[in-house]
Design a protein around this ligand. Sequence first.
Ligand code: PAF
Length: 287
Amino acid sequence: MYQFKRSTDLKKHLDLVRKSNKSIGFVPTMGALHNGHLSLIQAAKEKTDVVVCSIFVNPTQFNDPKDFEKYPITVEDDIKKLNSVSTDILFLPSVEEMYPEGLESDLHYDFGNLETILEGKFRPGHFQGVGRIVHKLLDIVQPNQLFMGQKDLQQCLIVRRLLAITHSPVKLVVCPTEREKDGLAMSSRNARLSPAARKKAPAIYQALLEIKNNFGKGLHFLEGAHEAFDALKKQGFEPEYVDILQLDDDMLHPLDQPPGNATVVVALAAWLDGVRLIDNLILQGNL
Ligand code: PAF
């Protein structure tokens, strides 16, 4: 696996890749890699000739400085995992490399209501930071296809909008959420759960499944979201939201009437033992 720390070196290498008519797949990450990330690399390997993975813990997307400080850094281990799935290139830039202009910026992307609901509501500024870094990474890598996981559904929609705003030709491929055997969505944050909390955490997936099972049986599934919120609270979670939304023109809107044929999703965020967990399921349609 080639490793680059400087964007100029990576760009030079990728120019040669493009000259040899090979397609480039890109998987951006913040490291602490797990099988969810590796499944994105595998999807990229199936669809493109040369796969680039980036590891960069992006300071501008952390609205909570404590979350940034606690974010797991496991680069040695990550490199072994990337080698195990034959990743072609790792981009491992520093903060100075990615933000020579400094972390403060007046740049603002218009993400519409995607920025004020769900994660946007509870993590102000988060998606501006995601937009800023993904825009920079795409300018450097210029991939043909970009691979992201459905677990971060709202992030996928933000990136889809970023691609539209910036008139980017890059194709976004959204890959299914990888789950542990007990249903817990794979996440770098799971490593921070205590053994007791880890045992409890799959209740999140169970709550989503119950809402999915009631979908299509009248509007009871909407009440199901409130019930799931209360049930998680009783089990010791601190839920932030359990919301059912409809996808229209790549925007998410709260669902308050029968959705017709529109894509419908349920999304959830809850704290458990000081760790913030998110998950979602598609109730109808596709992304
Ligand atoms: O999902 C992540 O790991 C990050 O938000 C991303 C897309 C790499 C941007 O920093």
